[in-house]
Ligand binder design. Structure first.
Ligand code: GAP
Length: 512
């Protein structure tokens, strides 16, 4: 399936099987805002739990908090978001469409990269085993010319961003002859900076109302609580504070389904360390987070690191873990070495000391911070899109199967009576009542068993359990595996252990 078709299928499947709906759909929806439906809410919760288990409960020195979305407005002045949380935007005068200037340039650069990859793939096909990619890259005229274009674009893009040279930004777009994808014209406005925070008000009367922002990241709720947690938890450096929760950004270009939303959820962890050790911890968290991703078995080749050329105002090193989404490799998680920027800023703006007394050093200092920050919705999209397959069967038919990692699947098993009579539904419901203490399980009796299998395959349920007339005689049932479609006769009393072996979080996290 072509990538674009695959992505369309992902979106329609998410709706059809109760995972994601457009928000306020009956009013024609709200752009880049989505609701998680009955299965989506479970999948999202399971991803969040998988992260929380790995990051908080499996680390003696990391604790979790749940800070409020509303924060004192000075927080955002101190953090730099009021002044610097901007995206450069540009409008096309003919189509009246608005774009992020940096994204236009990056997409143009990506197209050149795709051409290089095509040349390499062609040459590889032609020369077979004798092909030497390194040599080809170093000698092929087309590749060298295109690589130089990419390098030049990168240099200029970094410059205009770092120097906030908005006129230079526009000139870069003109020089690259980038056209509006809708109108096809190069009739661009100037580039302007646009702050991404949503404003709101706190208070009953217009005169006394206080201007607030909806938080654009969860991290600041951790920074302002740093000393409270350190003291009450008697935490010793190095230690981490984690939280999951909603964040809001007025994205200029919000598209690609739940990849870029205006209301989304983050899972963030700030790791407080001794100044000078940030390089070591940066490498540690890069490796640890990649292992966490790989433990889910979505494919080793679907991840890559992308080190930032342009660092955010608070960072001295930063990398993204990119995932191979249906629309290409894109950022899934950020790992940032944030120095002591945030704590120092909050000290300055609040007038309160936010220092740590190190007993071993017998000295106080402002800790440095290593941050891991992943979007829960993006992780959802990575898992969901990667799991959706159209599988050719031996009989020439195809089946749609959502091969979600079993630990994340919304329902772990569906229990069916073969027919809706002869006491089979009662036995099936007894099994449901017993298993539901341990797992999210569902009961299904509509349609033929074959159709029920197909529906559960497409919904991502790892096991189907069928109660038939033999069950009444020998207390055995048929258990069918979603991925292999293998069926086995097993004792009802063994079901719990069979399901647990596959869905247990320990089984999955031990792969890290
Ligand atoms: N505290 C650091 C921070 O917020 P970020 O790179 O801006 O860093 C971290 O965001 C992660 O949050 C991203 O890697 C991405 O997964 C997710 N994210 C950011 N903006 C998003 C959006 N508009 N919609 C969905 N997820 C988003």
């Amino acid at each position: 399936m072509a990538n674009e078709d695959k992505f369309k299928k992902v979106i329609s499947h998410a709706k059809e099987y109760g995972y994601v709906f457009q928000s306020s759909e009956i009013y024609d929806g709200l752009s880049a805002v989505y609701d998680y439906a009955q299965n989506g809410a479970e999948l999202k919760k399971n991803i969040r739990d998988y992260w929380w288990k790995a990051m908080v409960q499996m680390h003696d020195n990391i604790v979790g908090i749940d800070a409020a979305i509303f924060m004192h407005p000075t927080t955002w002045k101190a953090s730099g978001h009021v002044d610097a949380f901007n995206d450069p935007l540009i409008d096309n005068k003919d189509s009246k469409k608005r774009y992020r200037a940096d994204v236009l340039v990056e997409e143009h650069r990506e197209k050149i990269l795709q051409k290089i990859n095509k040349d390499i793939a062609k040459a590889q096909k032609r020369f077979g085993d004798a092909f030497n990619e390194e040599e080809f890259r170093a000698t092929n005229g087309n590749v060298l010319r295109r690589q130089k274009q990419i390098d030049d674009i990168t240099t200029e893009l970094t410059r205009v961003q770092e120097e906030n040279d908005l006129a230079g930004f526009k000139q870069l777009i003109l020089d690259l002859e980038i056209v509006c994808p809708v109108s096809g014209s190069k009739n661009w406005t100037d580039v302007k900076q646009f702050n991404l925070m949503f404003g709101t008000k706190l208070g009953a009367s217009a005169e006394s109302a206080m201007d607030l922002y909806l938080r654009p990241e969860t991290a600041q709720g951790i920074f302002v609580n740093f000393l409270n947690v350190q003291k009450t938890g008697r935490m010793k450096i190095p230690f981490g504070i984690a939280q999951t929760g909603k964040a809001f950004r007025n994205e200029i270009v919000a598209r690609q389904f739940i990849f870029r939303m205006r209301e989304f959820e983050q899972m963030e962890m700030q790791f407080f360390i001794k100044p000078g050790t940030q390089k070591e911890w940066f490498d540690y968290w890069k490796e640890t987070r990649l292992k966490w991703h790989k433990s889910l078995g979505l494919g080793e080749d679907n991840y890559r690191f992308h080190d930032h050329e342009k660092l955010a105002h608070y960072a001295d090193a930063a990398t993204d873990i990119e995932f191979n989404f249906p629309f290409g490799f894109k950022e899934l998680e950020g790992i940032h070495s944030r120095t002591d920027f945030d704590l120092k800023q909050h000290e300055e703006y609040s007038g309160k000391k936010l220092q740590y007394f190190d007993h071993e050093e017998n000295a106080s200092y402002t800790p440095y911070v290593l941050e891991t920050s992943i979007g829960l919705d993006r992780m959802f999209l990575a898992v969901f899109s990667n799991s959706l397959e159209e599988e050719e069967l031996e009989d020439g038919k195809t089946r749609t199967v959502l091969k979600l990692p079993a630990v994340l699947a919304p329902a772990k098993a569906a229990i069916f009576p073969l027919v809706k009579k002869d006491g089979l539904p009662e036995v099936a419901k007894e099994i449901v009542d017993d298993l539901k203490w341990d797992f999210n399980v569902i009961y299904e009796e509509k349609d033929t068993v074959g159709k029920r299998y197909r529906r559960q395959d497409a919904a991502g349920t790892p096991f189907c359990i069928t109660v038939d007339h033999d069950t009444l005689e020998d207390n055995t049932v048929t258990i069918r595996h979603r991925d292999t479609m293998d069926q086995k006769r097993v004792k009802i009393e063994d079901l719990k252990a069979i399901i647990k072996a596959e869905v247990d979080v320990k089984h999955w996290l031990m792969k890290m």
